[in-house]
Ligand binder design. Sequence first.
Ligand code: NAD
Ligand code: DAU
Length: 338
Amino acid sequence: MPLSSTLTGMRVLVTGGAGFIGSQFVRRLVESGDEVSVLDKLTYAGNRANLEGVEHRFHEGDIADPAAVERAAEGVEAIVNFAAETHVDRSILGPAEFILTDVLGTQVLLDYARHHQIRHLQVSTDEVYGDIPLGADACAEDAPIRASSPYSASKAGGDLQVLAYVRTYDVDALITRGANTYGARQYPEKFLPLFITNAFEGSHLPVYGDGKQRREWLHVEDHCAGIELALRKGEAGNVYNVGGQERENMDVVRRILDLTGGSPDLVRHVADRPGHDRRYAVDSTKLRNLGWQPQHSFDAGGLEETVDWYRDNREWWEPIKSGEYKQYYETQYASRLS
Ligand code: NAD
Ligand code: DAU
C-alpha cells in the first residue's frame, strides 16, 4: 500500500545515512518535516560530518545486528536502506563484507519490517542488470538480473530477499534501482570524485581499459527525489528504475580536465577492471509515471557545480585521502600505474 496518506511528518529510519546519498536523503526528509533516525556503522565510507547541521537521531551500529536494528527502528513507520558496501573495485579485492552487509543486513531489516508491519524501501542499483549492449534499448524493471561483480551480485541478493519477503510474508517492501550518482560528499574512491580531486592534486587519472565504457549520470538530488517519491507513492512488490544521462567515460574525463584546468598528460590508460560492464542504461518511465522529473543536467551545470564543490571543500576530502585510503589506493593502483 502506498504511504501517500502520510505525505509528511513520518518517522523514518535511514540506514547508511552518514554516506554520500543517504546523508543527502536525510537532509531532504528533514526539510520536508519528517522525523529521521539514522543507523550507520561508520565504515570507511561513513562520515558524520556529512550530517552536520541536519536534525536527526544518530545510532552507530550494524544493519546485520538485530539488536542494533531494534534500538534504532523503535517507533518508525518506514525503513529506507542505503547501508551497503558500495565500491565495485573493493568487492573484487574482498567480497565477504559485501555479502554480510548487502545480503544478510538487508534480511535483518526485512525481518524487522515484517514483525512490525512497516514499509521497507531498498535502495538498489542499475548494476544488477549487468551489461546492456551498445545500441540496445534501455532496460525496464522486468529485465533479467545479470550481476557481473561481487558488488552487484550482493545487491541482487538483497533485491531478491525483498521480493521474496513481499511474496512469502506480505511485507510492504519495494525497490529503487539508481544509476551512477554524482554530487557533493561522494567518497573519493569512485570515478568522478577520484578524478576531480586527483586533477586538483596534479595526480594521474587512471582510466580503466579503453575508457569507452558508458554510464548514466544521475544527480544526487534527483536520485533522492526519486527514492522519496517511491517511498511515499510506490506500490509494494514493485521495482522503480532511477536513470540518468548516458555518457562515455573518456568524454567525462575530458570535461573534468576542462573544468579543473588539469593537464591531459595526467590521463593514464591502465589495466581494466576484471568483469567490467561496458554499458548501463535503464528506462525510468515507471517512476516518471509516478511524477518523477529530474531537475539537473549533467552537461549544463551538474558536473560543473560538482567540480566547484570539490574545489571549495578541500577540508572535506583532503583528510579522507590519507590513512586507510592511501593503503587502498596503493593496493588498487600502484602496479597499474607503475
Ligand atoms: P556510501 O559508500 O557513500 O555510504 C554507505 C554508507 O553505509 C556509509 O555511511 C557506511 O558507513 C554505511 N554502512 C556500510 N555498511 C553498514 C552496515 N553493515 N551497517 C550500517 N551501516 C553501514 O554509499 P552511497 O554511494 O551513498 O550508496 C548508498 C546506497 O545507494 C547503496 O545501497 C548503494 O548500493 C546504492 N546506490 C549507489 C549509487 C552510486 O552511484 N553511489 C547508485 C545506485 C545505488
Ligand atoms: O551504476 C550504479 C553504481 O555506480 C552504484 O551501484 C555503485 O555503488 C557505484 O560505485 C557505481 O558503480 P560503477 O562501477 O559504475 O562506478 P565507479 O565510480 O567505480 O566507476 C565508473 C566508471 O569509471 C566505470 O566504468 C569504471 C571507471 N573507472 C572507475 C575508477 C574508480 C575508471 O576508469 N577508473 C577508476 O579509477
